[in-house]
Design a protein around this ligand. Structure first.
Ligand SMILES: Nc1ncnc2c1ncn2[C@@H]1O[C@H](COP(=O)(O)OP(=O)(O)OP(=O)(O)O)[C@@H](O)[C@H]1O
Length: 566
């Protein structure tokens, strides 16, 4: 299997496997209806041709009249079954959409941090919707095109061969084979344009995601035109590739038309002498004409389905690539928190070839705050990412009350911690939803956390209180308000460990001092580790880990207080 096929096969197998398990009964029912519709499509013209041949006198017997009525009923039933099949197929395929969407989302949730650094939401959403469309098309084509078409061909050819003659069958088959082969090659020749269009479209989605995130800043720099032009350039690439694809296909369409003209001409040249010789009746000619048109249809359907499949395959690639990106490996161990001792022992990490954290050792305990300081880019946030299991240490170990953190499952560790990241992330939802964030709602805990974070008065002073919505990324709030919401969120569950990454950088001195005082009272029961650039927040009794740029190193606490092991 080539790399690309293997890439596509993995999600297709997983998703269709689940689809089959959940929908096989409905799929079986649809297959049965398809069979009935195909039988009807061949049986009714056959019956009609025989009825026409039986009309050889001006007085039509009552039996023949009844037979025409039966023909009409059969025709109606066959049409009803084939319409109903399409709607049933549509309904079943909607079930597939549900499976694709949920499986993809589950998969994305387990991706590594690096995935979210490389891809923005618009790009991910675009890949998901295209992937969903492609997998839907494969099933839809299978059920309402390939299966009926193949049955139609088999039955139609059978009737033609049995009733008329094998030459006509051969003509139909040659035409069909030529049609499908030509479509296949036409798609191979146009595939590069298709891939280019889809790739450019996906890049454009990433570009739009980037631009929307930075829209406010772009405006202040008069960047609207620059961004608009860039978008138009990329959209132009998409349009150009589609145009080239379309022009090629148009020229192939004339080839198909010529093939059909040749097929019909040859058939009638063969038929007319036989009719003259009395070997064929008028009914036979009507039957041949109907069956040929009916038989061409499935071949043409298969041809255009090949078109759709090739397009869907290319459209599926961004989905498959994201599906294949590595996931976070999780351990299964559960953490039993004791006195709350977090220890880094000779921990090292590098991004690519660049060492960022080297040989860092320290201990964070309860009873005092632990601060990590150092110049910008020294690796402070990286140290947090290691402690938060967003990155794995390449050297050394991180232990929590003696348990190696690498053996602890994320869910277990995250149940014990609270985190305030450097960049606060708020959902466009209410203040309470942003603080509770899916945990058990509890008014008392909400009040306690917001009081500790010095934001309770502000929230209760709002007309809608905790039900106030905060806007996209929380942009209806000030930077300091967002930061205090993030602190309240981290404290909501009374965590055993609290990680603060420059959590008070946007606060005025008085608010910062008030929050720090609250945190100091909590430190008896919570291990608190904070990154800061502000010396004013550090007390004499705190532990300080000072990292140095490029060559990080942990130092003793300020003014001789027993500090970390280096
Ligand atoms: N995902 C990444 N890939 C490559 N390099 C990275 C990545 N994340 C951070 N770095 C680099 O690692 C170094 C340390 O980054 P880190 O964010 O840990 O620094 P910091 O000490 O927290 O800085 P600041 O005080 O400015 O927040 C920086 O030079 C940064 O450019």
């Amino acid at each position: 299997m080539t790399g690309e096929w293997a890439l596509v096969a993995a999600p297709v197998r997983a998703i269709y496997g689940r689809f089959w398990r959940e929908s096989r009964l409905a799929l079986g029912g649809i297959a049965l209806m398809v069979l009935l519709a195909a039988l009807g499509q061949v049986a009714t013209p056959y019956l009609f041709s025989r009825l026409i041949d039986s009309l050889n006198s001006s007085l039509v017997p009552a039996g023949i009249v009844m037979a025409f009525v039966v023909y009409a009923i059969l025709r109606g039933a066959s049409s009803a079954v084939s319409q109903a099949t399409q709607y049933m197929a549509w309904g079943v395929a909607q079930g597939l959409n549900f499976i694709v969407g949920t499986s993809f989302f589950e998969r994305i949730l387990n991706k590594r941090v690096s995935f979210f650094i490389e891809h923005n939401p618009v790009e991910i959403q675009k890949a998901r919707s295209e992937g969903e469309r492609s997998l839907f098309i494969f099933v839809q084509l299978g059920i309402i095109v390939f299966l009926p078409a193949l049955l139609g061909i088999v039955l139609g050819v059978g009737v033609l061969g049995a009733v008329i003659n094998l030459e006509i069958v051969a003509i139909v088959l040659v035409y069909g084979a030529a049609f499908i082969t030509f479509t296949y090659f036409a798609n191979r020749w146009t595939r590069p344009f298709l891939d280019k269009a889809i790739e450019a479209d996906q890049e454009n989605a990433a570009f739009v995601g980037n631009a929307i995130n930075a829209m406010e800043t772009l405006r202040y720099f008069n960047g609207d035109k620059w961004i608009g032009d860039n978008f138009a350039k990329k959209a132009g690439e998409v349009r150009g590739a589609w145009r080239q694809w379309t022009v090629r296909h148009l020229s192939y369409a004339f080839g198909f038309g010529a093939a059909l003209a040749v097929q019909l001409a040859v058939t009638f040249l063969l038929l007319i002498p036989r009719y003259e010789a009395g070997q064929l009746s008028v009914g036979d000619i009507v039957l041949i004409n109907t069956l040929m048109i009916q038989l061409n249809q499935p071949f043409e359907m298969i041809g255009s389905a090949i078109d759709d499949i090739v397009r869907a395959y290319s459209g599926f690639l961004p989905f498959a690539r994201m599906w294949a990106e590595p996931e976070d490996q999780d351990a299964t161990g559960r953490l039993a928190v004791g006195p709350g001792r977090l220890e880094f022992a000779q921990v090292g990490h590098r991004y690519g070839e660049t060492p960022v954290v080297e040989d860092v050792s320290f201990v964070a305990e309860r009873g005092r705050l632990t601060f990590i300081t150092g110049p910008t880019g020294a690796g402070k946030s990286t140290l947090f990412k290691l402690a938060l299991k967003a990155l794995e240490p390449e050297q050394g170990t991180i232990t929590v009350d003696g348990t190696d953190l690498s053996t602890v499952g994320r869910a277990s560790w995250y149940a014990a911690i609270g985190v305030v990241p450097q960049e606060v992330m708020l959902l466009n939802d209410t203040l309470s939803a942003n603080i509770v964030l899916g945990r058990e709602p509890d008014a008392a805990r909400l009040e306690r956390a917001t009081r500790l974070a010095s934001i309770h008065k502000f929230i209760t002073g709002l007309p809608e209180g905790f039900e106030t919505t905060v806007g996209e990324r929380g942009l209806k709030l000030s930077g300091g308000e967002r930061q205090r919401i993030a602190i309240a969120r981290a404290l909501y569950d009374s965590p055993e460990f609290l990680f603060l990454d420059e959590a008070s950088s946007a606060l005025d001195e008085a608010t910062e001092a008030a929050i720090m005082a609250e945190l100091r009272t909590l430190s008896a029961h919570t291990t608190i580790i904070a990154i800061t650039h502000r010396k004013a927040v550090i007390a004499e009794t705190d532990t300080v880990i000072r990292l140095k740029a490029r060559k990080p190193r942990a130092e003793s606490a300020l003014q001789g207080v027993a500090g970390p092991a280096i």
